[in-house]
Write a protein that binds this ligand. Structure first.
Ligand SMILES: [Fe+2]
Length: 167
């Protein structure tokens, strides 16, 4: 077995759990006045903006035109949660070091659909629908970097690059 290639995960610097982040994302999503006036849909770059920054977590609004999506990525050791507030998103989850099919049975998330995850979670999120979509994301600790993964020719998922998140 080849060594699994994945970045080191920093020690937790937050008291938030995936469950508390889910509650946080749900709370912001329900407070439509906090995000509806901010909605923008842009191409080719997706629109995103922070809704809240605290000492140990942050909340983002992201929008997705049809066909827009992420690459396969993790959250640099942060835990997180996201919920769909407009349209529909598809989420695929992945296991670094394993052979995987990138689009095998993505999970469909309609408005109100929610996912929460720990610090080693690897996924991609895409708007495969025909309408613009938007989602509210909570992370703890606040995002500092995201690692992007790619499939090798043999289908194994490996680390591709690390990108700093602008503060
Ligand atoms: Fe993500």
């Amino acid at each position: 077995m080849p060594a699994v290639q994945r970045p080191a995960v920093p020690a937790p610097r937050t008291t938030h759990s995936p469950a508390s982040l889910a509650a946080l994302a749900r709370g912001f999503a329900a407070d439509t006045a906090s995000w509806e006036p901010l909605l923008r849909f842009t191409a080719p770059e997706r629109f995103y903006t922070r809704l809240s920054v605290a000492a140990d977590h942050e909340v983002w609004l992201l929008t997705w035109l049809p066909g827009q999506g992420t690459e396969i990525h993790d959250h640099g050791g942060s835990s997180g949660a996201f919920t769909v507030v407009r349209g529909e998103l598809a989420e695929g989850t992945f296991l670094p070091g394993a052979v995987s099919s990138p689009h095998a049975a993505p999970r469909r998330l309609a408005v109100g659909g929610l996912r929460s995850f720990g610090p080693r979670y690897v996924h991609e999120v895409v708007n495969r629908g025909t309408e613009p979509a938007a989602s509210v994301h909570a992370y703890a600790p606040a995002l500092t970097a995201m690692n992007t993964y790619r499939h090798r020719a043999d289908g194994t998922l490996v680390l591709d690059r690390t990108e700093e998140v602008d503060r």
